[in-house]
Structure formats: C-alpha cells, structure tokens
Design a protein around this ligand. Structure first.
Ligand SMILES: Nc1ncnc2c1ncn2[C@@H]1O[C@H](COP(=O)(O)OP(=O)(O)O)[C@@H](O)[C@H]1O
Ligand SMILES: [Mg+2]
Length: 370
C-alpha cells in the first residue's frame, strides 16, 4: 500500500501515519487549507479558524474566493495557473480577507495535491501570518518619511538662519549709505530726504523680519528623553538599509555594551548619525572595498559616537567642513554637517572631524543635561 499523503486524509481510511500527519497539520502554527478542483475549501486547520474567524463547519465547501480581496482576484488566478502547471509557489506575500472583512498580510506557500496515480485532485495552501512583520515595515516606512521631512526642515532652518545672518550685513551697509546720502543733500531737497526716510524704514523692517526669523529658528525646542544610543544607532542603520543608502558597503558596529541612557532628542540625533553615515558612504563610493565602522563609547561625563571610513579622507581643514554651504560634491548642498553641529551643540555636545586612514567623525553627548 502506498504511503498516505496529506491530501488523502479526507475521506480516506485513517491509518496511524495519516492520523499523525493530520495532527501535524491540525496543530501547525500556520493556517493550512486545501481546495478541491471546483475551487471549494476542503480542509481547514485550527490556525486557519483563528486567523480568519471562520469555523470549520461554516467554511468547508465554501468557494475559496471568499478569502480573496476583490482587488487580488487576478493575482490569485495567476497563482492557480502556476499551481496547475505543477509549480510550487513559495513565500508569496499577499493579503487575504477575514470573516469580518479585515485584510490580513500572509505569506503563502502552495502546491498541487495529487492522488496515488498522479492525478490532480486539489491544492494545498500554507498561510503564514506576517502582519507583525508588515506592521514593522510600515512603521519603518513612516519613520523614514518622518526623517526625510525633518531633514528638509532642518536644512530649511539652517539655510534661512544663515541667509538671515548673511543678509544682515548688506542691509546694515545699505542703511549707513542711505543715512550718509541724507546728510549730503542740500537743504532744499525736501522730497528726496522724505524718500530716503522711507527707504530707512523699509531697511529696518527687513532687518526686523530677519531678526525674528533667526530667533524663531534658533529657539526650536529639543525634546529630551533618555535614549539608548546603541539602539538608536542600530535603528539608523536599519533605516539606511531600508532607504537603499547602503549598497555594497561593509558597515560594522563596535558598540559598548550597557551604555547609560542619555537625555536627547532621539530623532534629531538619529539624523546626525544618518548624515555622517551618508557622508561616509559617499566618500567611499570609489574605494575598492568600502568599509565603515560605527563605534560607541562611554566616558566619565559624556558618551562618544564615532563614524570611521576608509575613503580618501578630508580635503580641507576640519573646522571649515561644519560651515554651511561648504561642499566638495557636484550635487552637494553642504548643509549636512552644519545641521549635525547645530543639533549636537544644542544638546551641549561637541562634534569634530579627524583623520584615520580615511575620515573620522566623532560627537559627544553629555550624560547629564547641561
Ligand atoms: N567621510 C568623509 N570623508 C571625506 N570628506 C568628507 C566626509 N564627510 C564630509 N566630508 C566633506 O565635508 C563636506 C561637507 O559635508 P556636508 O555638510 O555633509 O555636505 P555635502 O555632503 O552636501 O557635501 C563634503 O562636501 C566633503 O568634502
Ligand atoms: Mg552630506
């Protein structure tokens, strides 16, 4: 007698090994169901009951379609065609409908079921619940968008702040030229003096606007809550992976265990790490085996984070790198490092650059709020 197959359990006399297989199916932590050639559900295990909310009695003999979201019908037809052609579909990520019409994310592994003679009798599907994974992915995506938004905002802030600073000087000069002209005018040039007075008012107004803009930007509050820098760094790495920033780079971490939690604005500090990482990656694009090491260390008064790469190193004096609009890249904006400095100094920390074999960027964050 040929060994019984899972597909033969139903309706066939259950011998010891069939019962054994049936109980594996029944107690699997994945939902398992089979479909007959008419597209009706012919078996349904316990996890399927829990995942979809349909009891066995109500779902058996129902068309399998009731589990398929309307916009996935075409995809399912394609899946079925592949199964009929004898393929095994493995880890196919899609969604299914529960009894309450909720969508669940599942990874499906499906194959054809054949009888002892090799004739097709139906299909089996193992549905692995991947809701948690998908939720984590969506959360990552949300976080990433948030970071992009924030990074734009930081850049805008930085640019406006330095623009305000730069524009202040020509405005001050313009003001003194206008005042000088006012005094040089002959007494009868009444109307010209009136116009110059108006010009002075306008210049003062522009200066006032710039001043309040700078104040607004520089007074942005940081939220400060205790954070584990290692966790933040690991998350930043995952984010960079997710954003496709890392391609062929070997990125290593050398994290000191049991780092103390340190008060910081986690999102902002993550921005700093991402900016340094992005720069390191950009600097090592042309290196044969690009290698970046991220280190965390604890010191008496602060924690130290270092990003080290094996690129060509710094081409200018380290201090100038942190000034806004300083870039050596054709497409660069030159604000990344100035934003980093803004954030780190707002935390009472320090950031600096040095030479390793390539470049080394380090920053500290005080262990206690200053
Ligand atoms: N890891 C690094 N290796 C070498 N040079 C670097 C590195 N990181 C930054 N730099 C230099 O600092 C400059 C400023 O960096 P940044 O402020 O991030 O602006 P951007 O990346 O837009 O040029 C870069 O243009 C580059 O010349
Ligand atoms: Mg940069």
């Amino acid at each position: 007698m040929p060994a019984p197959r899972v597909g033969e359990v139903q309706g066939a006399p259950i011998d010891a090994s069939a019962a054994y297989l049936a109980s594996i199916v029944e107690f699997s932590t994945d939902a398992i169901s089979s479909i007959d050639l008419d597209g009706r559900i012919s078996s349904w295990n316990r996890t399927a009951e829990n995942l979809f909310g349909y009891g066995r009695a109500e779902i058996l003999r129902q068309p399998y379609d009731i589990l398929i979201p309307p916009d996935r019908r075409a995809e399912d037809a394609f899946l079925m065609d592949r199964l009929r052609a004898g393929e095994v579909v493995a880890h196919f990520e899609t969604q299914r409908l529960t009894k309450d019409s909720a969508l669940v994310d599942v990874s499906i592994t499906a194959s054809a079921i054949r009888d002892g003679q090799g004739a097709l009798v139906g299909f089996s599907e193992i549905l692995h619940d991947i809701r948690a994974q998908k939720e984590a992915q969506r959360e990552m995506q949300r976080l990433q968008l948030e970071m992009i938004r924030l990074s734009r905002w930081n850049m805008m802030g930085m640019m406006s702040s330095s623009l305000a600073h730069e524009l202040n000087q020509p405005l001050t000069a313009a003001l003194s030229f206008v005042r000088a002209a006012w005094h040089l005018l002959p007494p009868e040039a009444e109307q010209a003096r009136e116009y110059l007075d108006l010009a002075v008012d306008e210049i003062k107004l522009a200066g006032g606007i710039l001043h309040s803009l700078r104040q607004f930007i520089e007074k942005r509050e940081l939220s400060r809550t205790p954070h584990d820098i290692n966790q933040l760094l690991t998350e930043a790495l995952r984010l960079s992976l997710f954003a496709g920033i890392q391609v062929r780079h070997r990125i290593e971490t050398d994290l000191t265990q049991d780092m103390p939690d340190v008060p910081m604005d986690g999102v902002q500090v993550q921005q700093v790490i991402l900016n340094l990482l992005r720069n390191a990656i950009e600097a090592t694009m042309a290196v044969p085996s690009p290698h970046i090491v991220l280190t965390t260390r604890v010191q008496p008064d602060d924690i130290l984070v270092t990003v080290r790469d094996n690129g060509p190193g710094l081409s200018t004096a380290p201090e100038t790198l942190f000034e806004p609009f300083n870039t050596t890249k054709a497409e660069g904006m030159g604000v990344g490092l100035s934003v980093c400095r803004l954030i780190i100094e707002a935390h009472g920390g320090r950031i600096w650059a040095g030479a390793g074999p390539g470049a080394v960027f380090s920053f500290t964050l005080p262990r206690r709020p200053s």
